[in-house]
Unconditional design. Structure first.
Length: 448
């Protein structure tokens, strides 16, 4: 497959980046989508971000950061979406950058074809059937250098390799795998990171103010403050399944979701488990104040036809009231949204279920409620398996009205796994999956 057609623009090293943005047209679906009548959620608008060369985008923010983009376009901004105040405008965040997997001697290697890419906060505008980049903010260290998206520690993270999986790359203690995003009233940002996992506080200009990590992580060499303020049990996060969902409650507290069950006592137990965790973090105290037990629906309920529970993930949490959330359960193909109300008190924080030595672990319990675990009660709000037109791998959800959601997918920068992801010249064979923002109207309004 050849690179998708794009009209290139000469780029100055500055933002905003509206001059970079090309547009593509997508159809708009209306009406009930699954044959059940007008009570079904429905797509009311679809907008697509077209091709922006990744080198142009990155070098406009940090000149010289990307020497060879390998034919990759800007993508991956669908890690999360957060309303920016004006109608149709949102803050989004890229993930760590283009990456894939290639098997070498029977073992998978993690590839980073554009290792100079720096994760960025991206402000977009959705207008009709187009998505426009209004502004981008590079995420940098205390001294203004790129944080990069490379893994942090050889002891915990996958080893990074070049695009062809032949040459090792260096680990970077500054590296972030950014996912969730919240913009606070003071103009600073909070980001969820999968590596640590960690909660990252970033200035309005993109500099990391503090990175909150689990106790015992012992991350050294970072060019920003690293604070061990999160429960040490999070060190048992599954590889590439750290924090992903992030939201801010009206009172100011943050809620984070661990993407998948922890690997307690081991990877096999975590892969079989449906027991996840949410955390409540107080920015004022710089501390976790509560931890909540959350149980996924059965995997074939979330995604009919899927039988592997390790495919279950939480990618988005959305505050809709003082202590009320929407929680997205998904696979890479589809997702469902549930409403939960957070109880008073610390939940399971600091108790037996935070002790890795507990046996059986929380993750191993088939019926947590019968074991005395206070699992969050939930009610279904939307099932996107029944809404035609919603793309796969939706990772960002935002509430934009009493009855309307904005969804955004992660297109993985157009990358696929395997050696066939790049041609003989080392140029990307694009997957053709677009970054799409979609509006979905619910059958009835949400109330906090």
């Amino acid at each position: 497959m050849s690179r998708r057609a794009v009209r290139r623009t000469t780029v100055a090293a500055a933002v905003p980046l509206a001059a970079l943005t090309a547009f593509a047209v997508a159809g708009t679906a209306t009406g009930a989508q699954d044959g059940t009548g007008p009570a079904t959620a429905r797509v009311t608008g679809t907008a697509v971000l077209a091709d922006i060369p990744l080198g142009d985008f990155s070098n406009a923010l940090l000149p010289g950061s990307v020497a060879d983009e390998r034919g990759v376009d800007l993508g991956g901004i669908g890690s999360d979406i957060f309303p920016a105040g004006r109608k149709g405008e949102f803050w989004t965040v890229t993930d760590r950058g283009p990456n894939g997997q290639i098997k070498v001697d029977g073992k998978k290697r993690r590839t980073f074809p554009v290792p100079g890419f720096d994760p960025a906060i991206v402000k977009i505008r959705v207008s009709g059937d187009r998505v426009q980049v209004l502004k981008a903010i590079p995420i940098t260290t205390r001294s203004g250098k790129p944080v990069t998206g490379l893994p942090n520690q050889a002891s915990r993270d996958e080893a990074p390799y070049t695009y062809d999986a032949k040459t090792p790359l260096s680990y970077d203690p500054n590296g972030l795998d950014t996912e969730g995003i919240v913009r606070s009233a003071d103009g600073t940002f909070w980001l969820a990171d999968e590596y640590g996992p960690s909660l990252v506080h970033v200035s309005a200009r993109g500099r990391v103010l503090a990175r909150h990590v689990p106790e015992g992580l012992k991350l050294t060499g970072a060019d920003y403050p690293v604070v061990e303020s999160l429960p040490g049990v999070l060190l048992k996060r599954k590889t590439n399944r750290g924090f992903e969902g992030l939201t801010q409650l009206p009172g100011g507290d943050l809620v984070l979701a661990v993407q998948s069950p922890l690997s307690l006592p081991d990877t096999a137990a975590g892969d079989k488990s449906r027991n996840a965790r949410l955390l409540r973090f107080s920015p004022r105290k710089c501390a976790v104040t509560a931890e909540y037990a959350y149980r996924f629906d059965a995997v074939d309920v979330v995604d009919p036809g899927e039988d592997d529970p390790s495919e279950l993930k939480i990618s988005s949490v959305v505050a809709i009231g003082r202590d009320t959330l929407l929680v997205q359960e998904r696979t890479d193909r589809t997702s469902r949204l549930h409403r939960v109300t957070l109880p008073h008190g610390p939940g399971i924080l600091g108790g037996t279920w935070d002790d890795p030595a507990t046996s059986p672990s929380y993750e191993q319990i088939e019926d947590p409620s019968s074991a005395g675990v206070p699992v969050l009660r939930k009610s279904l709000v939307a099932d996107f398996t029944k809404v035609a037109g919603v793309p796969g791998k939706v990772e960002g959800v935002a509430l934009v009205g009493r009855d309307t959601l904005a969804l955004v997918n992660d297109n993985d920068f157009g990358m696929t796994d395997g050696p066939e992801a790049f041609d003989a010249q080392g140029r990307l064979v694009d997957s053709g999956i677009e970054t799409t923002v979609m509006y979905v109207r619910l059958p009835k309004p949400l109330h906090g």
